[in-house]
Design a protein around this ligand. Structure first.
Ligand SMILES: Cc1cc2nc3c(=O)[nH]c(=O)nc-3n(C[C@H](O)[C@H](O)[C@H](O)COP(=O)(O)OP(=O)(O)OC[C@H]3O[C@@H](n4cnc5c(N)ncnc54)[C@H](O)[C@@H]3O)c2cc1C
Length: 433
């Protein structure tokens, strides 16, 4: 007789503490098999075999594996297509229920729908929970019941709702006695996934209270290290969003504001999935972007001759991180000064950022390009030199990342700011009227 079990499928919620779906899985009447799948379709698309995010996931899964083992259970770690793996598990066990936390990305939704169909076909229940956000795409709507297209009223509604009913925490970590026991699965090696160790360090998994307290003062100055670097942890769920928001409500309204931007973009992606391939605002689809791989390459390498832009790109290339102000400046430079399609930049950031997250990256790029929700209007073109005087007056950030700045080897500006600005405004105006 095949054993009756509940499966809990980890994805972007890689923690045992305060995990909503895991908590409910433990409340089901069957022992819980925790599962993680390295999805080959995703891994095969990654060119860099030293990818720091794969390393991060690998280390986190390894940690989970040992935590479950210490509690008498075993994390089942599989490699392959989720459908194939689930079919195998259904043959091995009498799976009564599949539990998971919802993912809002279009591809992930298709993947989950396939598993839901399979579960139903096999007579198992399929239970999805909200864990990645405080409020999902159906919860913060305008009075007429529609998704907000502008941030400020969204934020107002979000705060009002949060203040009325703050989400509870889920003590999943105290329910480990409900794990399936008597099994010990193997943990695959990183090399079996086709990857190698990275030299890029990932930020600690702690909510840095001192940084949050000083966030309002320091957040805009890239040389100060005044932001939390929690992006990767919120992306993979190694830090609970409920805990982060709780810390924000205690220590910093401006940090809370950023977490609400994250929810705004998640809501936009979930309600308007067309943003993944075209402009949010369709009238911007006709902009005649310049097909200029050479300038794009100089931008990627941090060789535009604009020191702040170059410093940002080099920080990204070396560390996998870029400060938010620099993300705005470099993205604005690519799309306005160089008039290169925002999707080129979006995809470059997606390859490089440790905290890469489809909804926020797409939202950030469309904001900078002026094609998105609540976007930077097209006639606002950042002046990189002025930004540098404002946010890196003493050139600390520039000198750190562009040591040859001011010497003969540093390139001349790739384009004159004034001419680029005029060209951008002229082109946008013509395209959108
Ligand atoms: C062109 C562009 C691309 C971006 N790509 C991404 C991305 O791939 N992944 C990503 O998480 N953020 C992205 N952002 C948003 C923001 O730049 C980063 O979240 C932030 O710089 C990460 O640093 P931190 O973790 O120290 O954040 P903090 O400043 O400490 O903020 C805390 C958290 O709030 C969220 N957050 C902060 N600012 C924003 C914002 N403007 N929009 C949405 N969420 C925000 C993030 O989860 C962040 O980790 C992008 C912004 C732009 C302009």
């Amino acid at each position: 007789m095949r054993q009756e079990i509940t499966v809990f499928w980890f994805r972007r919620d890689l923690r045992i503490k305060d995990n909503h779906g895991l908590y409910h899985a433990f409340k089901s009447p069957y022992p819980v098999l925790p599962l993680f799948i390295y999805d080959c379709e995703i891994l095969d698309d990654i060119e860099d075999r030293h990818d720091a995010r794969v390393n991060f996931i690998y280390n986190t899964v390894e940690e989970l594996y040992h935590q479950f083992a210490a509690a008498g259970g075993s994390l089942r770690v599989e490699m392959g297509s989720p459908l194939r793996i689930f079919k195998k598990l259904f043959a091995e066990f009498n799976i009564r229920a599949v539990y998971l936390n919802r993912d809002y990305e279009p591809q992930a939704r298709l993947r989950d729908a396939v598993i839901e169909d399979l579960a139903k076909e096999k007579g198992a229940s399929f239970q999805a929970f909200k864990d990645q956000v405080i409020f999902d795409e159906r919860e913060i709507l305008s009075d007429s019941g529609r998704p907000y297209l502008v941030y400020t009223p969204f934020k107002r509604k979000w705060l009002a709702k949060y203040n009325l009913s703050q989400p509870r925490f889920y003590a999943s970590e105290h329910q480990l006695q409900h794990l399936l026991n008597g099994v010990r699965y193997r943990l695959p090696q990183l090399s079996e996934l086709g990857f190698k160790p990275t030299t890029i360090a990932t930020p600690d998994r702690v909510i840095p209270v001192e940084i949050i307290k000083n966030y309002e003062r320091d957040r805009d100055f890239p040389s100060r290290g005044g932001t939390t670097r929690l992006g990767i942890h919120l992306r993979f769920g190694t830090v609970s969003i409920r805990k982060a928001v709780r810390a924000a409500t205690v220590h910093s309204a401006s940090w809370l504001n950023e977490l609400i931007w994250r929810e705004f973009y998640c809501m936009i992606l979930a309600n308007f999935p067309h943003v993944t391939h075209s402009a949010f605002n369709k009238k911007y689809d006709g902009i005649p972007w310049r097909d200029d791989p050479e300038s794009f390459d100089r931008w990627c390498q941090g060789m535009t001759g604009y020191p702040l832009v170059d410093a940002g790109m080099r920080e990204l290339n070396i560390t996998g991180f870029m400060h938010n102000r620099l993300r705005m400046i470099t993205a604005g430079f690519l799309t306005k000064h160089l008039l290169i399609d925002w999707r080129w930049g979006e995809s470059y950031f997606a390859d490089k950022l440790l905290d890469y997250e489809l909804a926020s990256n797409n939202g950030g790029w469309q904001w900078a390009a002026g094609t998105g929700t609540d976007a930077q209007p097209y006639y606002r073109v950042f002046n990189p030199d002025r930004q540098q005087l404002k946010f890196d007056k003493n050139l600390e950030y520039v000198k750190k990342w562009v040591p040859e700045w001011g010497s003969e080897t540093y390139p001349d500006p790739i384009i004159d700011h004034k001419a680029a600005r005029e060209r951008a405004i002229r082109t946008f105006k013509k395209a959108v009227g």
